[in-house]
Design a protein around this ligand. Structure first.
Ligand SMILES: CC(C)(COP(=O)(O)OP(=O)(O)OC[C@H]1O[C@@H](n2cnc3c(N)ncnc32)[C@H](O)[C@@H]1OP(=O)(O)O)[C@@H](O)C(=O)NCCC(=O)NCCS
Length: 147
């Protein structure tokens, strides 16, 4: 039987790591999610098929990771998670939302472009690939209009 007073973080971290492993070639371990969830600046928005983890510092926010399980894709889940987190972060005082995305991640780039993100920087060779490296694009979205 589950103790309702027990800390739900380890179980949640394990579930997030399992979903992350379905979405990324280099998934984060449950311990990484547990560490992030223990920080007050971390925000989690989750549904059955996916989740988004964000972090707020002063008036700037960052998407730490976004994952939708393969069978749940192309149904608007990713976009809804981004929009939900964006609105919540704006309400908490964030004026800009940043993220990093691999240049070869066409699905995520299309999602972010549709959600109003624009390129503001680039980290050359940031992500390893079997055949070499690809750049990380730094994208940002203005949240002031959502507040
Ligand atoms: C990127 C990801 C989160 C998208 O989730 P999703 O729930 O399938 O996205 P949505 O259904 O909300 O799609 C929103 C829009 O993004 C774009 N998009 C999403 N998947 C796409 C794909 N495979 N190819 C092209 N465009 C795509 C489309 O413009 C789409 O709108 P449309 O379906 O009306 O054409 C999902 O593919 C995923 O988890 N990928 C692996 C992890 C990852 O790359 N995370 C982001 C790291 S920065």
């Amino acid at each position: 039987m589950t103790d309702p007073a027990a800390d739900p973080t380890p179980e949640l971290a394990t579930a997030l790591a399992a979903l992350h492993a379905m979405a990324f070639a280099d998934p984060w371990p449950a311990s990484a999610f547990a560490a992030l969830l223990s920080l007050p600046e971390t925000r989690l928005d989750a549904v059955a098929d996916g989740f988004i983890l964000t972090r707020l510092a002063a008036d700037e926010a960052e998407i730490l990771t976004l994952a939708v399980c393969p069978l749940g894709r192309r149904r608007g889940v990713g976009r809804r998670l981004v929009d939900t987190a964006s609105a919540a972060l704006a309400a908490e005082g964030a004026t800009r939302l940043f993220l990093e995305v691999a240049e070869d991640n066409a699905a995520a780039r299309a999602l972010y472009a549709g959600a109003g993100f624009a390129e503001v920087g680039r980290r050359p060779g940031y992500y390893g690939r079997p055949s070499g490296t690809v750049d990380a694009l730094v994208l940002a979205r203005d949240l002031a209009s959502l507040a």
